[in-house]
Design a protein around this ligand. Structure first.
Ligand code: DC
Length: 238
């Protein structure tokens, strides 16, 4: 007899830039043996394609759509491929961050990327990180988190991260950029950044990454349901 198996949960993490979603999400996925999906990276890859084509987000949307139709974006393990080319490092510059934020306002852009994210999540056993993963991409996710931190703390982290990678930027510029992206991400008409009704809030301002991951793990474990009818029967007999 084939054992009925429920698919593993889908976990979403949304929140503003620099809240620690990516680092915490990756570690949470590792601890659970799940796949980690950085949804923003897929949008960033499109920004690289748009920039290379010399197009602007303010360009004619039909022209942009025609160009994006032919663009292939995929996550292969930890690497991000744009038309087969590895752009994993290239997408992390302040210029691409700014361009991505402007592009993500467009229906054409979201219509291309959202189905890729849904397909990647369909197997279950995934941690998705982004701005709309719990509200739009996977509204039925079993566990949703909304991660936030004070603006100064988020800017401090992003500044340190960029400096460590040798990107020469001053703190004030990083802070202003994050603030501008917050405004763009929360006020856009399509899939704006907001906390899903059932999302668990985690303020990471005063927490270490280990504390954040432990807190999330406790929530996930606490919500795990039995694996299927057999397990449910066993649980009932216990
Ligand atoms: O998380 P990130 O900084 O790599 O995201 C880049 C941009 O993409 C950011 O402006 C927010 C946007 N984004 C989005 O609109 N929806 C997502 N699911 C993920 C990111």
């Amino acid at each position: 007899m084939t054992e009925y198996r429920r698919r593993e949960p889908v976990i979403t993490i949304d929140g503003p830039a620099g809240a620690g979603k990516s680092t915490a999400g990756r570690r949470l996925a590792e601890r659970l043996g799940y796949r980690f999906i950085d949804t923003g990276a897929l949008y960033r890859a499109l920004a690289v394609a748009v920039e290379a084509a010399g197009l602007s987000p303010d360009a004619d949307e039909a022209k942009l759509r025609a160009h994006l139709e032919g663009v292939d974006v995929r996550l292969q393990g930890d690497r991000l491929l744009l038309d087969g080319r590895d752009v994993t490092e290239e997408i992390r510059t302040p210029r691409i961050s700014e361009l991505t934020s402007r592009l993500t306002r467009l229906a054409t852009v979201r219509a291309k990327i959202t189905p890729l994210q849904r397909r990647a999540a369909a197997t279950g056993g995934v941690v998705l990180e982004g701005r709309d993963t719990g509200t739009v991409v996977c509204p039925d996710a079993e566990v949703k988190f909304y991660m936030d931190a004070r603006l100064d703390e988020r800017a401090r982290r992003r500044h340190a991260e960029l400096r460590a990678r040798g990107v020469p930027v001053d703190f004030g510029t990083v802070r202003a950029e994050i603030e501008a992206r917050d405004t763009q991400d929360t006020t856009r008409a399509l899939a704006p950044l907001r906390k899903a009704d059932t999302a668990i809030e985690v303020d990471t301002s005063e927490l270490t990454i280990e504390q954040v991951v432990e807190r999330m793990l406790a929530e996930v474990v606490g919500r795990r349901r039995p694996a299927g009818p057999r397990a449910a029967r066993r649980a009932g007999r216990a």
